[in-house]
Write a protein that binds this ligand. Structure first.
Ligand code: GDP
Ligand code: MG
Length: 166
């Protein structure tokens, strides 16, 4: 089981935190400040029977200037070069225009896209299903994983599922 997996999502949803947890060391740079990740950062997850190269991306949002534009291109250009895409959204924020923009880009992706709902430690369990349904209406996801990148909930399940499909 091996392949490339891109992690995509708005700034501050927890992409780098997730990647650091998976890789077990501080490779990507985490910060509460948006766009700390200026370019693509790869990390290799290796187990006895699997090797996944994770591609952390700068947060994607509607470009306002040339630097935004550059960073968006860096993130979006990975989508058709990888074997699977993790689209990460924060459970504690209402879905907005930023995610809508990313979803419109995902429409062109032929590889499996998984919805990763991060920060579930910050919400009431009852709020999860309506939240997921909202995103499900916008894209036919290959799978949905509610996780907490900081607490670790469900991260192992996501990894073993993802690995088994690569
Ligand atoms: P990125 O811009 O998508 O790479 O986001 P970061 O990984 O830099 O995380 C942005 C902020 O969200 C940081 O302050 C993280 O500590 C926080 N964060 C990330 N994942 C979680 C989570 O599962 N739960 C909570 N409560 N905070 C999180
Ligand atoms: Mg980051």
């Amino acid at each position: 089981h091996s392949g490339f997996v891109s992690i995509i999502g708005r700034p501050n949803v927890g992409k780098s935190t997730f990647m650091n947890r998976v890789l077990g060391e501080k490779i990507a740079i985490m910060s509460p400040k948006a766009q700390t990740t200026r370019n693509k950062i790869n990390g290799i997850y290796t187990t006895d029977d699997a090797q996944i190269v994770f591609v952390d991306t700068p947060g994607v949002h509607k470009p306002k200037n040339e630097l935004d534009n550059y960073m968006d291109t860096a993130a979006l250009s990975t989508l058709n070069q990888v074997d699977a895409v993790l689209f990460m959204v924060p459970a504690d924020e209402r879905p907005g225009a930023g995610d809508q923009y990313i979803m419109s880009q995902l429409a062109n992706v032929t590889k499996p896209v998984y919805l990763v709902v991060n920060k579930i430690d910050l919400i009431q369990p009852d709020d999860l299903l309506p939240f997921i349904d909202h995103y499900r209406h916008g894209h036919d996801f290959a799978g949905v994983y509610p996780i907490s990148a900081t607490e670790g909930n469900n991260v192992d399940e996501l990894l073993s599922d993802l690995t088994s499909k690569l």
